[in-house]
Design a protein around this ligand. Structure first.
Ligand code: NAD
Length: 327
């Protein structure tokens, strides 16, 4: 298939692009390169890979990127709660308006399959319950609200369009654009460099998924029969990958060794949700990578010297100021 991958230079996109190429697909990445092109420059010589520098908020950019495409995977976004709070207008433009625009351009070009990267944080607080795709949502941040509203807009597009909303777990593990604002990754980095793991709160539940397993989930849904996935919402993760932040801290400390585990109150983030992944398991997805493998993957990347300062702005989404579109 010829796939348009928006946000393909990002944390998930740069791993997913490689995975799609390995599966024999053609990949065209459309990205405005907020964090640079280091993550994908090695792919430029691949004859099945194409890069288009552009902004999904610009109709001309998406119209030309959409040419001769069979499917869209839409990852481009202002990602994370703090990044969206800091860049309110750009987040609404990118995460909501541009998603709608992209869907309209896809539909008018006859592109049916449209995979949208949403997030399990639309569930907010699940108060001890395990939430399924039909549970009530409770978005607690602008980030989650923009994603939820995009889900609704996409699922409302009638006839001749096959949107699939993929509500992703919190991702983790090594990638070609690293993020150290993700809980497993930052815990591993502080354990490695500072010999300390800091747990804020500890009882909150999170579903986690390695970015390499997430990439496999995307290719599986991309290649699945339309009747199985079209117009549906699918939680992406694994039932045995719901974990409390405290337990995760203990696991990271144990894996890295010689690490002090410190506990502090959780002031900023009241999200806590346990998620049911029965639907994606039924479609045939299972994770291959345990938490330990994700921790080891990040540790190896640090040992290899790929990252020397995990606090560098380029690894953290929240430090960036993203201009909004001129009025
Ligand atoms: N990483 C996670 O834990 C996680 C969890 C749930 C959902 N998701 C979703 O997965 C997707 C990818 O997340 P990520 O972790 O790779 O984020 P990321 O920040 O690493 O990547 C986002 C990419 O989108 C690009 N981008 C941003 N605005 C753009 C625009 N207007 N036009 C073109 N490109 C633009 C950026 O340059 C970047 O390369 C996002 O939609 C995110 O909401 C991620």
């Amino acid at each position: 298939m010829k796939v348009l991958l928006t946000g393909g230079a990002g944390y998930l996109g740069s791993t997913l692009a490689r995975h799609l190429l390995e599966r024999g697909h053609y990949v065209r990445v459309l990205d405005r390169l907020i964090f640079g092109d280091e993550s994908i420059s090695a792919l430029f010589s691949n004859p099945r890979f194409q890069f288009v520098k552009g902004d999904i908020r610009h109709v001309e950019d998406i119209t030309s990127a959409m040419k001769d495409v069979d499917a869209v995977i839409d990852l481009a976004a202002i990602v994370g709660v703090p990044a969206c709070e800091r860049n309110g207008d750009a987040s609404i433009e990118t995460n909501y308006w541009a998603t709608r625009l992209l869907a309209q351009v896809a539909k008018s070009n006859g592109v049916r399959r449209f995979l949208f990267a949403s997030t399990c944080s639309v569930y907010g607080e699940s108060e001890g319950m395990t939430v399924t795709e039909s549970s009530p949502t409770q978005p607690l941040s602008l980030y989650a609200k923009t994603k939820l509203e995009s889900e609704q807009a996409l699922l409302g597009v009638p006839n001749g369009f096959e949107p699939v909303v993929m509500r992703l777990s919190t991702l983790c593990g090594p990638s070609f654009r690293m993020r150290f604002d993700l809980v497993l990754n930052v815990m591993t980095a502080t354990a490695y460099f500072d010999h300390e793991v800091r747990v804020f709160g500890g009882n909150q539940w999170r579903p986690l998924l390695d970015v390499r397993d997430a990439s496999r989930a995307f290719s599986m849904i991309l290649e699945a029969d339309s009747g199985l996935v079209s117009h549906s919402i699918i939680n992406v993760g694994s039932d045995d990958h719901n974990i409390t932040i405290g337990h995760l801290g203990e696991l990271v400390a144990k894996q890295l060794g010689d690490v002090k585990l410190t506990w502090a109150p959780n002031r900023d983030d009241s999200r806590s949700y346990r998620v049911d992944f029965g639907k994606i398991h039924e479609i045939g997805f299972d994770t291959q990578l345990s938490f330990v493998k994700s921790i080891r993957g990040v540790k190896e990347l640090l040992q290899d010297g790929v990252v020397t300062d995990y606090k560098d702005l380029k690894y953290n989404n929240s430090g960036w100021v993203i201009p909004s579109m001129p009025a």
